[in-house]
Design a binder for this molecule. Structure first.
Ligand SMILES: [Zn+2]
Length: 391
């Protein structure tokens, strides 16, 4: 019997390297793939090797002039514009080629699903959700998931749901499809008044041709697993049930973790694991089982990202790793070699309970004011009753 999902990976994806001091360090990808392999999650799995996306593919969502600037930037002087050469988006060698390969990763995942080869595909290098049509933004050069969604729309898909659980607003993907009723973008993130990129308020609900096609859930700093999951369940399943997507695309940034150095939500690895299992169930229930998963942010490089995304890959493959699984010594020894002072966790869990009380329509918890605000902004646009918890 075949596996339910495909995994896209090639060590060449480590070439998306913004430099030694930059928080988005590719070691997080390498340590994830190594941990997944060591735990047996990848046993018998043929890793699909992506190619660099072509200019034509990338230009689905980016301007040709921007591609030219990215390609020339490593050879150009200091002023290349387009958001390049900034502390967030430093120019690096082979920036175009490395970024095009990330796009190729998400495109390959999309093609696998569209061809019927698999129902699920995951590529942890993808998920560069901030990149805009004509500029780099928030560590992201090309918007791989927007390219993949655009390609899918031209290859048989008419309704795609995009679900972004990164701690930052999925602004680039939202911008690409803000006025397109075929794409429902849902982003849960830390309140933009307190965090980059400063967008993602509840009243951003889509353009004039696509009312309700953008959904934003701005969560207060320090929101933990239970409140996060309460908000998710109060908003997301109803919208998916109504929208009836043919495919769920998810950006699985893990910078929501309480140890993440760049943001202030308080989720745990156990919360992340629960999110993946929930998304899988929602894809089964509402999207014909079709699920394209990508990575995203996550800057606790050693202690969080490898464990969380190993859970992600395992979930895609129906090889769920029990939370209390001990971290294999083969893996921890490898990390010790590259980071001798790091204190590593002992298991695949943070030991947190993820039991939450579903929202019941009353104001019982701090997050409920956000739930009501979001539902009132967007539920009526989908014919749903914002005040009725059954909707
Ligand atoms: Zn992020």
């Amino acid at each position: 019997m075949g596996l339910p999902g495909s995994v896209v990976w090639d060590s060449a994806l480590l070439g998306y390297d913004l430099g030694g001091e930059h928080p988005l360090h590719p070691v997080r990808l390498e340590l994830t793939m190594r941990l997944a392999a060591t735990l047996g999650v990848l046993d018998g799995v043929e890793l699909l090797v992506p190619q660099e996306a072509t200019d034509e593919e990338i230009e689905r969502v980016h301007d040709a002039g921007y591609l030219a600037a990215v390609r020339e930037a490593p050879m150009a002087g200091w002023d290349v514009g387009h958001g390049l050469g900034t502390p967030d988006n430093p120019v690096f060698d082979n920036m175009h080629e490395a970024s095009a390969r990330v796009v190729g990763s998400s495109l390959l995942a999309a093609r696998q699903i569209a061809s019927g080869t698999t129902k699920r595909a995951v590529g942890i290098a993808g998920g560069l959700h901030h990149a805009m049509r004509d500029h780099a933004h928030g560590f992201c050069v090309y918007n791989d998931l927007a390219v993949a969604i655009s390609w899918l729309l031209d290859n048989g898909y008419e309704r795609i749901a995009y679900l972004d659980t990164d701690v930052h607003h999925g602004d680039g993907v939202q911008a690409a499809f803000y006025d397109d009723p075929r794409v429902l973008t849902i982003s849960l993130h830390q309140n933009p008044l307190t965090l980059f990129p400063g967008t993602g308020f509840a009243d951003e609900t889509g353009g004039p041709n696509a009312p309700g096609s953008a959904v934003n859930v701005p969560l207060p700093p320090n929101t933990g697993d239970r409140a996060w999951l309460r908000a998710f369940h109060a908003v997301v399943p109803s919208l998916l049930a109504e929208f009836q997507p043919q495919l769920l695309v998810s950006q699985c940034g893990v910078d929501t973790h309480h140890e993440d150095p760049l943001a202030s939500l308080s989720l745990s690895v156990d919360g992340h694991r629960t999110i993946y299992r929930t998304v899988r169930a929602l894809a089964e229930q509402y999207a014909g089982g079709n699920w394209l998963a990508a990575g995203g942010g996550g800057y606790a490089l050693l202690r969080v990202v490898p464990r969380s995304w190993t859970h992600l890959i395992a979930t895609v493959l129906d090889r769920d790793v029990p939370a209390d699984t001990t971290l294999p010594s083969e893996w921890t020894r490898f990390v010790d070699k590259i980071a001798p002072t790091a204190e590593l966790p002992l298991t695949m869990s943070d030991g947190k309970s993820v039991d939450f009380e579903p929202w019941d329509g009353e104001d019982g918890e701090r997050v409920d004011s956000v739930i009501k605000e979001v539902r009132r902004a967007v539920f009526p646009l989908h014919g749903l009753d914002p005040d009725d918890p059954r909707d």
